[in-house]
Design a protein around this ligand. Structure first.
Ligand SMILES: Cc1cc2nc3c(=O)[nH]c(=O)nc-3n(C[C@H](O)[C@H](O)[C@H](O)COP(=O)(O)OP(=O)(O)OC[C@H]3O[C@@H](n4cnc5c(N)ncnc54)[C@H](O)[C@@H]3O)c2cc1C
Length: 397
């Protein structure tokens, strides 16, 4: 694993920085440092436009192969891009589920026709995606999915009925990938399908869920006889589980690189406040800031280590510890922010009820240890897949 960047990579860094300096201006200036955790609802239209601006500059999907509209960038270059993106204060990406999850999954498992149909829109920043995995009875136990899909011969389409929940950005998305049961008599991970669906159609209803932060970044999504084209199932009916799990590798891997760089901005903000209000003189706070800084470096090098020398997006075993590490680190950062702010942390600026960035961050980071696999589930994964310990016993009725 390389720990420093080549001259060529540093040239790439300069190119990224220059492009952002020249383009994150004018109407996009207001997006600086916006759209992160707890702030994802802000400037949706402007951030969609920003996605397209990025695409015009060739800065979306940079890790994808060139033949699919990407830039074929190495892991090192992707890290550099994300570092410079965060340094410039560029906004949270509304296209991240398409770019980081749907796209890589289609590249790995999709048919050529599906790649041709869906990848260009993602690369162009014009097609936004959301993730239809979780259901009221299927979160950690994702194999418990109950949403049904049956093939209607007369229509030549898949018909989907059921409910998803916690669907991030569904209200802003053009497409959703959905795991649904193709065999009504099946159970657990057997008999599932992985479907690509248009959001804007009769039979799909999106209802926002109000969160602790007072905002609505995720939703319930109801499917009532919604339609999916025959060609829009990825793999074969019954193969959905393997594809769904393949996608989670991407969720736990490359897509978190960008997020990590956002963390640096938050830590910088906390350090600035600590210096300004004198908390930086408090030895315990100083130690916690130092620990946070070290944690961030560990995350960066571990992500480079786990993403090195992989083929087909498959991650090394190191990846198993990554989600648990960053989620816990980020939750602790929220607590550090509150302690650095002191009594100010509990004061609202004025009515109407608006949280400051760090207050919103503190509330939002509680969810980091839940989505994409809870801390408890990550510990099970580390024990079973990483350390080869016996599987946890299943409770049968
Ligand atoms: C901000 C946010 C965004 C999200 N976005 C999306 C999205 O876009 N698309 C999507 O499909 N989903 C999304 N989710 C859902 C997320 O993936 C689920 O919340 C997560 O998988 C946990 O499932 P659950 O909420 O049903 O909790 P449950 O599975 O009911 O778990 C409840 C508690 O029990 C524990 N537990 C459960 N099983 C075990 C076990 N075997 N061993 C030990 N402990 C266990 C859990 O760790 C947890 O503490 C999002 C969630 C959040 C918070």
């Amino acid at each position: 694993m390389k720990l420093s960047f080549s001259d060529e990579d540093e040239k790439f860094r300069a190119e990224v920085a220059l492009w952002l300096f020249e383009n994150l201006v004018g109407e996009f200036e207001q997006l600086k440092f916006r759209g992160g955790p707890g702030d994802e609802h802000m400037f949706p239209l402007e951030r969609k436009k920003w996605e397209q601006k990025l695409a015009q500059g060739g800065w979306t999907c940079i890790g994808w192969p060139k033949e699919y509209g990407g830039r074929g960038c190495s892991i090192e270059q992707q890290v550099i891009f994300n570092e410079e993106y965060a340094r410039a204060g560029a906004p949270g990406r509304v296209g991240h589920i398409g770019e980081g999850l749907a796209g890589p999954t289609l590249i790995a498992f999709g048919s050529e026709a599906q790649k041709q149909k869906y990848l260009p829109g993602i690369a162009a920043g014009t097609a936004l995606w959301c993730q239809g995995y979780s259901e009221p009875g299927a979160g950690s136990d994702l194999a418990n999915v109950n949403t049904k899909a049956h093939f209607d011969e007369a229509k030549g389409k898949w018909i989907i009925s059921g409910q998803k929940v916690w669907t991030s950005l569904a209200h802003e998305s053009d497409y959703i990938f959905v795991i649904a049961r193709t065999n009504p008599n099946s159970s657990a991970h057997k008999g599932l399908g992985f479907f690509l669906m248009k959001m804007d159609q009769p039979g799909i209803e999106v209802r926002g869920i109000r969160q602790l932060t007072g905002t609505s970044e995720f939703n319930e999504v109801f499917f009532d006889q919604a339609e999916c084209d025959a060609d829009d199932i990825v793999g074969q009916p019954g193969e959905g589980w393997a594809i769904a799990m393949g996608l989670l590798n991407f969720e736990r891997g490359v897509s978190t690189l960008g997020q990590q760089m956002q963390f640096q901005n938050e830590l910088n903000q906390i350090i600035d406040i600590a210096k300004a209000n004198g908390k930086s003189q408090n030895p315990t706070i100083r130690q916690r800031i130092a620990d946070a800084h070290i944690g961030l470096k560990i995350m960066r090098y571990n992500s480079m280590r786990m993403l090195s020398d992989t083929d087909d997006g498959g991650l090394q075993k190191e990846a198993l510890i990554y989600k648990l590490f960053w989620a816990t680190w980020h939750r602790d950062l929220g607590e550090l922010a509150m302690d650095v702010l002191g009594p100010e942390a509990e004061i609202l600026e004025s009515g109407p009820y608006t949280l400051t960035r760090l207050q919103a961050m503190y509330l939002f980071v509680r969810s980091d240890t839940i989505y994409g696999g809870t801390n408890e589930i990550q510990r099970n994964i580390i024990a079973e897949r990483g350390l080869g310990m016996p599987k946890e016993p299943k409770i049968t009725a």
